[in-house]
Ligand binder design. Structure first.
Ligand code: AKG
Length: 189
């Protein structure tokens, strides 16, 4: 049994556009090397990241409080394309840069209250392909999707409630990869 609340679209962006976006975003995103506290010790997260969005779309993620940078024009274009595909509205995007195979994302669910009950998350991948692994929280069933250059993955419905996802480190040499997850963050106060 696989997770029916996930949809994958390879070649969602035509290759010339995906190539151009990758080169542009590598240069123009305000990449930050964030640190989180694990067992009381500050540690750098194993990737670079940035948070862009509407002024009021602040977000707390793994204990990191993120204030959005104003929309960069290419991010806005991608946002509109994701909105049309998903038939929903997004107000923010988390942009991650995996510099090489040593960069990773630990298993987690995007189940913060700010994202609402059944969040729709549109995840665009550019650059080196990486394995996106899912594990069911109760049955421990596993699922793997290879996220290719120019692809779109949509997570919706019960995905965050029942599954965790992550990107493991890889020993193979890897070129950089950018992943963009468009989200709608609700105001909590
Ligand atoms: O890089 C990816 O494909 C996963 C990103 C992710 O898990 C997240 O932004 O929550």
């Amino acid at each position: 049994m696989t997770n029916a609340d996930i949809k994958y679209f390879p070649n969602w962006l035509e290759k010339p556009l995906a190539d151009k976006l990758l080169a542009h975003l590598l240069q123009h995103i305000e990449w930050q090397e964030a640190t989180i506290k694990i067992f009381g010790r500050e540690q750098k997260i194993p990737r670079l990241q940035a948070w862009y969005g509407d002024e009021d779309a602040s977000y707390t993620y793994s204990g990191l409080n993120m204030t959005p940078l104003p929309w960069e024009k290419n991010l806005k274009v991608l946002k509109s394309k994701c909105e049309a595909q998903c038939n929903t509205r997004f107000n923010s995007v988390l942009v991650n840069l995996y510099r090489d195979g040593n960069d990773s994302m630990g298993f987690h669910a995007d189940d913060e209250l700010e994202l609402g009950e059944q969040p729709i998350i549109a995840s665009v991948s550019l650059g080196e392909q990486r394995n996106f692994d899912l594990i069911n929280k109760s049955t421990k069933q596993k699922q793997r999707i290879v996220l290719e250059h120019g692809s779109l993955l949509i997570m919706q419905g019960e995905t965050q409630k029942h599954w965790q996802h992550g990107i493991n480190k890889s020993k193979r040499p890897h070129d950089p990869r950018i992943n963009l997850t468009f989200r709608f963050v609700h105001q909590m106060q």
